[in-house]
Design a protein around this ligand. Structure first.
Ligand SMILES: CC(C)c1ccc(C(=O)O)c(O)c1O
Ligand code: FE2
Length: 284
């Protein structure tokens, strides 16, 4: 069984790196850690980076998850190969680009690019952004799946994720005590559906709603409150149509053994208890 510790980063291709960088700093509220000729590294917490925009195909999305050590990484590689997922071992140059000690890359059953990483770099400097969005850290991702039941089995049976709740067939899965780190949303293609950052207070969510709305950033869901995790949320669109979420107040699952996933109906009130409804382009 592969043991994931946490989500580590996302890597997003873009044809307009300057535009992506100005959105990430001026609107989303991330801090530039480093820029290179064809990539920009952004921080949201004490990690060296949690988002990398690179010059490339905007459909090219990768999610990195941290595993404990190199021994676990090798075991994970063997498990994945045995199950028919070809594994790429990161070269030293590729590890440098990701600021990790070692990593492997593979595709989940839908074809999503997944990386497992060991010893992602932290920064001695505290995260300090130019726009104060109140971000406390990168927290979870929504991932597209072409077969929710199959991919739920992959994430739970191969990667030891646990289902905290389901909305219809959307599983919200945890890899640590946080309510969820991965949500699977049905689609006809692979890719990341949304990238979540936690913020400090509900005031931050509402301040951002006004800030983004006034600047014509498309708000695609919220402000609202998820009945599942209990979080207050706001979703909006960034470069290349990527959806970003701010949320605050996500539950922790403290009774790991005693928690049973709750089944919510696939209806608006399961997504938002305040009555907000997602825009048509919230997901593709
Ligand atoms: C709409 C998506 C799948 C969703 C649903 C519930 C939560 C939550 O309980 O926090 C999310 O964060 C979501 O992104
Ligand atoms: Fe989310």
């Amino acid at each position: 069984m592969i043991e994931l510790k946490d989500v580590s980063y996302v890597r997003l291709g873009t044809r307009d790196l300057d535009d992506a960088l100005s959105f990430a700093t001026g609107y989303l509220g991330l801090e530039v850690a480093e820029t290179a000729r064809n990539a920009a590294y952004l921080r949201s917490d004490d990690r060296a980076h949690t988002l990398c925009y690179f010059d490339g195909d905007p459909e090219d999305h990768t999610v990195g998850f941290e595993v404990e050590d190199e021994e676990n990484l090798q075991l994970a590689a063997a498990t994945l190969e045995r199950l028919g997922h070809p594994v790429h071992a990161g070269t030293p140059e590729e590890c440098d680009l990701r600021k990790v000690k070692a990593f492997i890359g593979f595709r989940d059953p839908t074809g999503n690019h997944i990386e497992l990483v060991v010893r992602p770099e932290r920064s001695g400097k505290r995260y300090f952004a130019t726009r104060d969005a109140g971000i406390t850290g990168f927290s979870h991702i929504g991932l597209y799946t072409t077969d929710p039941s199959r991919d739920e089995r992959f994430w739970t049976e191969v990667c030891n994720a646990k289902v905290s709740d389901r909305i219809g067939d959307i599983p919200l899965m945890r890899v640590n005590e946080i309510h969820h780190t991965i949500a699977l949303l049905a689609s006809d293609r692979a890719g990341i559906q949304h990238v979540n950052h936690q913020v400090q207070t509900s005031d931050d969510v509402m301040r951002s709603y006004n800030f983004l709305h006034e600047r014509n950033v498309p708000i695609v869901f919220g402000p609202g409150r998820h009945p599942t995790s209990g979080a207050r949320f706001l979703y909006f669109k960034g470069p290349d149509g990527m959806v970003f979420e701010y949320s605050v107040g996500v539950d922790a699952i403290e009774d790991e053994e005693g928690h049973n996933p709750r089944q919510f109906g696939f209806e608006p009130s399961s997504f938002c208890k305040w009555g907000s409804k997602p825009a048509a382009d919230f997901r593709r």
